[in-house]
Ligand binder design. Structure first.
Ligand code: AMP
Length: 211
């Protein structure tokens, strides 16, 4: 099963992706996580993408597509995968169809987790991350022990790009480059809209109804 999660930063794509990956035992591929891992480990890719991410800008398409193409060819993706944060431009969406076409595969579900911009800003300012991908919010989903992940007890951190100025840039990038994807997938009758302004569990229930 191949699932694409669309939605603004802070829409809850990552949270849903973690739950779906566990339920269907398929990998969760987050281009943002791949970039952050490389930045943290100071790899050549990390050096190349760091400035874009810190400014809230999109990483160039070709670079991003190459990474995804390599990743989805790996053995653990043979039964499917969940893409979180890719595609983010029409070019990336066209490239993805091409990559999958080469493997004679198609996307099963394009889930668009819809939330308003003001909700996004509120959510991102309270978001706390675990290094292993578990996500919390100081008001709506606080960890049991402040600053520690419930699952792996690791210290939680605030993403650099969740600072207010960067959030504004990310929303601009989303509205300009990524929002047109809704029409792209709508035209080919692949778009499924999900109300993202509910609790993570309610969103999950809605998602499972359509899968
Ligand atoms: P995310 O964790 O999905 O919010 O991504 C964090 C940042 O990584 C974004 O603000 C972009 O700078 C970059 N990024 C992630 N995925 C993509 C993509 N598909 N295309 C371009 N840039 C991306």
């Amino acid at each position: 099963m191949i699932i694409i999660l669309l939605g603004a930063p802070g829409s809850g794509k990552g949270t849903q992706a973690v739950m779906l990956a566990e339920k269907y035992s398929i990998p969760h591929i987050s281009t943002g996580d791949i970039f952050r891992y490389n930045i943290k480990n100071d790899t050549p890719l990390g050096k190349e993408v760091k400035l874009y991410i810190e400014k809230g800008l999109l990483v160039p398409d070709q670079l991003t597509c190459n990474i995804v193409e390599d990743r989805i060819k790996q053995e653990d993706c043979k039964n499917g995968f969940i893409l979180d944060g890719f595609p983010r431009t029409i070019y990336q969406a066209e490239m993805l169809d091409e990559m999958l076409g080469k493997q004679q595969r198609i996307i099963d579900y394009v889930l668009n987790i819809a939330v308003d911009d003001d909700v996004v800003i509120k959510r991102l300012s309270g978001r706390r991350m675990c290094p292993n991908g578990h996500i919390y919010h100081i008001d709506s989903n606080p960890p049991e022990v402040e600053g520690k992940c419930n699952v792996c007890q690791k210290d939680l951190y605030i993403r650099n790009d969740d600072q207010p100025e960067t959030v504004k840039e990310r929303l601009i990038a989303y509205n300009n480059a990524t929002k047109p994807l809704e029409e792209f997938y709508e035209r080919s009758k692949r778009l499924i809209n999900i109300n993202g302004e509910q609790t993570p569990n309610q969103v999950y229930v809605e998602v499972l109804k359509v899968i």
